[in-house]
Design a binder for this molecule. Structure first.
Ligand code: CMP
Length: 140
């Protein structure tokens, strides 16, 4: 399998608890390489645009408010099978269902405040990477 890239966010609940390094270590230990990284504080409009696919969901407003409540760390992760591997390392969306040793099992506080986001498919990875990074910022 060729090298693949995926998009990752370390969410406000994790940056507030100073867990950025612990979470990046989980990615690196799984063989994923950070090829782009930036710490930013999203506006409500930016969070809303990023999560536009969830606009009709009942939790959309709450999700956007949370994502704009404190800094996030946006990253591009590279590796063999990076999209699936990142999802494995993150664990299930709801931490109650996440396997032991995964990021969400260890760090997430609830289904909303679940510490990390990761792309779910190559098409969404490409869109999400381009939303946060220019080609010049991806350094493999
Ligand atoms: P993420 O992978 O970032 O994609 C969409 C997010 O919506 C998801 O992680 C959860 O954090 C959030 N989410 C999903 N279900 C709920 C819910 N029932 N209540 C609040 N947030 C949710």
């Amino acid at each position: 399998m060729a090298l693949e890239r995926t998009f990752s966010i370390i969410k406000p609940d994790a940056t507030k608890r100073n867990l950025t390094g612990a979470i990046v270590k989980k990615f690196e230990d799984a063989g994923l390489r950070v090829v782009a990284s930036k710490r930013i504080h999203l506006t409500m409009a930016q969070a809303g645009e990023f999560y536009a696919v969830h606009k009709e969901r009942p939790f959309y407003g709450e999700l956007c408010e949370f994502m704009a409540s404190a800094p996030i760390v946006a990253q591009v992760l590279e590796g063999e099978n990076a999209i699936a591997k990142n999802r494995e390392v993150m664990g299930a969306t709801n931490p109650a269902d996440a396997e032991a040793g995964t990021i969400r099992a260890e760090f997430a506080q609830s289904v909303g405040e679940n510490s990390v986001h990761g792309s779910d498919a190559p098409e969404t990875a490409a869109i999400e990477i381009a939303y946060f990074f220019s080609g010049l910022e991806l350094v493999g």
